[in-house]
Ligand binder design. Structure first.
Ligand code: AMP
Ligand code: MG
Length: 341
């Protein structure tokens, strides 16, 4: 049944908190992407998240807290190294997977005995969690399989008629989801690269990080359930193009599509759009600026749909710093269709 979706302003945060206290779901901004929140301790409320998003039941949710004091009831153990990470990166885009307590319903953790937790670095998100008085389970507020929302209007496009309210906090900060780190194994395992970079984690000499796992996105028994799903997909067929002479390769490959009247786009740095006069350009920002690209990335993938592109070529970026998380998302958008020139 369709519900009427309210767009709430920052001044109306109490209305959002009241809905959540009433067992409803509400979309809210964080510093990474918009989340679709519900009381993490209420099974029925959390089930509404899965329904609204069409999210597979075996993909666990991240629990968002307001203070570290809330963790006492949610996890059974916090390794000393995890505390070092909390000191350094919380509030912020780092999710720590820890052994869960019985307070967390199975639906939140998708049956696992662990739970992913973080404290978001966004004033509205923190105010909302504080006002509700309980932790919020919240995945990204998109329809399952669509790019994560970085603006309230993206949430509206996906979930209007399915959820009672969206708290509008403008554009999100990072534009990419949190880094997910499994702290239940030694060394800790990187499950998803994100806003906190691998270089930042590795700079802490007391922390060892195993990075061998996150790339195995199509593994049949993934370490993090979310890995096996195709995410971030625009409707166009997407090719990720890597290497030196991308304009020649993309020019050649696009010929066949243009000839039969397909709409072909290219995602590249601002200055390089001119290299593709026959294609629709989705500009990624000034050359090499990974943080600007991160803020635009999901919007550009959604623009591809709005423009009705049939085929989209994306020029890859270097996998350093935020580039690791960006390329992880681009590989998924391209469903691993990668062309080397
Ligand atoms: P989303 O909320 O849509 O950004 O997705 C959350 C991501 O965190 C998914 O990739 C999940 O698989 C991962 N995740 C959440 N909780 C756990 C957990 N307990 N163990 C492993 N991965 C998790
Ligand atoms: Mg998501």
């Amino acid at each position: 049944m369709a519900v009427k979706t309210m767009m709430l302003t920052a001044e109306e945060v109490e209305k959002a908190a009241a809905l959540l206290r009433n067992g409803e779901v509400v979309a809210f901004p964080t510093e990474t992407v918009y989340g679709l929140g519900a009381n993490a301790l209420d099974r029925e409320a959390v089930e509404k998240i899965f329904q609204a998003k069409g999210r597979p039941q075996d993909n666990p949710l991240i629990v968002h807290c307001f203070t570290r004091a809330q963790l006492t009831d949610l996890v059974t153990e916090i390794p000393p190294e995890a505390k070092i990470l909390m000191d350094k990166f919380w509030p912020g885009p780092l999710t720590l997977v820890l052994p869960k307590s019985a307070a967390i319903p199975q639906v939140v953790s998708a049956g696992l005995d662990t739970v992913g937790i973080r404290i978001p670095d966004h004033p509205l998100a923190l105010e909302l969690i504080q006002k509700t008085g309980f932790p919020l389970a919240a995945p990204s507020a998109n329809l399952s399989g669509r790019p994560s929302p970085t603006r309230a209007e993206h949430v509206w496009a996906d979930l209007q008629g399915k959820i009672p309210a969206i708290l509008d906090g403008g554009e999100t900060g990072w534009g990419l989801e949190s880094t997910v780190l499994d702290c239940t194994v030694k060394p800790f395992r990187l499950l998803r690269p994100g806003g906190v970079t691998l270089e930042e984690l590795q700079a802490l000499t007391s922390i060892q990080v195993d990075t061998t796992i996150y790339g195995a996105s199509l593994d049949a028994t993934p370490a993090s359930p979310g890995m096996k799903y195709q995410h971030y997909a625009p409707q166009a067929e997407v090719f990720l193009v890597l290497g030196q002479n991308t304009p020649a390769k993309i020019g050649e490959l696009s010929e066949d599509y243009l000839e039969v009247g397909k709409r072909v786009g290219v995602m590249t740095w601002d200055e390089r759009c001119q290299l593709y006069p026959r294609l629709t350009c989705l500009p990624m920002g000034p050359s090499g600026d990974l943080s600007i690209l991160a803020t635009k990335l999901y919007h550009l993938l959604r623009e591809s749909d709005r423009l009705g592109l049939d085929v989209l070529f994306i020029e890859g970026v270097s996998e350093e710093h935020l580039g690791l998380a960006i390329m992880n998302r681009l590989r998924k958008a391209a469903n691993e269709q990668v062309i080397h020139t």
